[in-house]
Design a protein around this ligand. Structure first.
Ligand SMILES: [Fe+2]
Length: 308
């Protein structure tokens, strides 16, 4: 297997061709992927044969321990490491995966738990033929670098509170092209899943909130990252609420300034591997009657363990 890595003409990202999912990633190939990830923060693997679930788990496991994503989202799945990000419903109207076609606000995966996402692996199994939603990415290394020195100094000792509570509902309300009735339908899907899980005695893991430093050092690159997002970070601790709110808005505007955003147009089969700590991402809404099917895995990291 020969991997070819070509930078995108964008603020971040590169295309990787030549991946063969049936072959285990050698130490040499793993090193070149990690090096490219440190440089470009986002890698679009394209043109390969579709990996099986097991091959996806095998590939992602090279990067570290994996988060059991489907358990977090209350799904019933043979492979807990794979989160089914899709809007499919079973015959009883229960979502088979995450169950929404809404937009999602800027976030870093799993920042709302103590053990956060380090790398994400997001693979497009099926995308809508008409108006497929884009996923947008920005670099939080670059965002931190662009801050005035005084702001960097202010932020370094601070911590922030992250929570996913009400996140899907809030996204449903804000979704582009979606009426209140459609948002209600999405909530009904979540309720149906809760009811199904109750009936089957499946306990959804409680979703805790988490506190993390506002500025973290990436465990691989050693570089500083601004670790707050518009979608999940609720408050900077130790600041009056209004001051925290204003600062979070200001930071969000800097992070997601259009000149620094890469908008990914998905091709079926793409697998985007991204530095979850060092980037933020958001996605567009899509027509709920069209199926969009993705598989997502995440490696994990504990900021607290690194600090102690
Ligand atoms: Fe995400």
């Amino acid at each position: 297997m020969t991997l070819k890595i070509t930078p995108l003409d964008a603020p971040l990202g590169a295309i990787v061709s030549g991946w063969q999912p049936s072959q285990a990633l050698s130490t040499k190939h793993y090193a070149s992927v990690k090096q490219a990830l440190a440089q470009y923060h986002l890698l679009v693997f394209r043109g390969h044969q579709q990996p099986t679930d097991q091959q996806l788990v095998q590939f992602a496991s090279k990067f570290g321990n994996l988060i059991k994503g489907s358990k977090w989202f209350g799904d019933v799945d043979q492979i807990p490491e794979i989160l089914r990000v899709n809007n499919l419903l079973d015959d009883a109207g229960v979502p088979e995966g995450t169950g929404a076609s809404t937009s999602l606000e800027w976030h870093a995966d799993y920042s709302y738990v103590p053990t956060v996402g380090k790398e994400s692996f997001l693979e497009a199994v099926k995308i809508p033929a008409v108006n497929p939603p884009q996923t947008c990415f920005c670099s939080q290394y670059s965002a931190f670098e662009r801050l005035p020195e005084a702001t960097k100094k202010l932020l370094r000792p601070l911590r922030a509170y992250h929570s996913i509570t009400n996140y899907p509902a809030a996204s449903a309300m804000n979704a582009m092209n979606q009426s209140a009735a459609e948002a209600d339908e999405i909530r009904a899907g979540f309720k149906a899943k809760q009811k199904r899980n109750q009936q089957q005695g499946i306990k959804r893991t409680d979703i805790p909130v988490a506190e993390h430093p506002v500025v973290i050092r990436h465990p691989d690159t050693g570089r500083e990252i601004l670790y707050v997002s518009k979608g999940i970070t609720r408050q900077i601790l130790g600041l009056p609420e209004e001051e925290s709110s204003d600062l979070l808005k200001e930071l969000a505007a800097i992070s997601t300034a259009p000149d620094y955003v890469y908008a990914h147009d998905w091709q079926q089969g793409d697998m985007v591997v991204f530095d979850t700590l060092g980037t933020l991402h958001r996605r567009d809404a899509w027509d709920p009657s069209a199926a969009r099917v993705m598989r997502q895995l995440s490696s994990l990291w504990t900021p607290e363990a690194a600090a102690s």
